[in-house]
Design a protein. Sequence first.
Length: 283
Amino acid sequence: MNFMNKLERKFSRYAVSNLTMYLIFGYVIGYVLSRLSPEMLNYLTLDPYQVLHGQIWRLVTWVLIPPSMQSILFYVIMMLFYYQLGTNLERTWGVFRYNVYIFGGILYTIIGAVATWLIMTAMYGNPGITGAIVGTQISTYYICMSIFLAFAVCYPNMQILLYFIIPIKMKWMAYVYALLMLIDLVQSSWPRRVVMIMSLLNFVIFFLSTRDLYRFSPKEVHRRQVYRQAVKRPQSAGITKHKCAVCGRTELDDPALEFRFCSKCAGNYEYCQEHLFTHQHVQ
């Protein structure tokens, strides 16, 4: 976190605001090309062999290729869904950290594609053919999935309407998608497994960085017990249970707000969902 704070102070002015909108705009371009001239997509894929032979635009243009979706209605619904998730994550983490998360996923995917191509070329030869095969395996589907999973980790109890009808919490949807990805990982060929793992590596790093073993220490356990006992005590009218140490909002201002204590701050400092990941730690 200290390293990330230093990077943010030094490079935050270069961060791209509303990055999710640009990603979706790229998907729209790719979707139109897939309908008007499908053969054009062959010149956009992440083919490492062609990149090394001068077609360096492939390092960027593969991001334009949208996930496979037959129904344009379903495509529009999913893009709107991911736009909401992405913009909320950007608002929660800050523009710079969200940029690092997305561009990190793109970079890891490129590294995974190159590594897969080198291994396949060493095993089977024909670098041109293996490069084309790797290119067909690369998509931004799992980068989109990493956005969904990260949002589910940040807001596990947020409830949405599945298909606009079924109410379900984000954490249960995340469990289902994780199970489906695990099945896909087992059943896929090893080149696709490498691509899947590298595409989701940014989420793995984020998830591990949010796990804090300090919360299992006796001091932290005792602090949580004291907090639970204080919450159970009857409260007088006008007295709140939660208050953000940054903005001062309480559950009376917005009943939908979630509050969490920060285990890295020295003292019992509680923050709302918008400032949990962006506040300066009290030492």
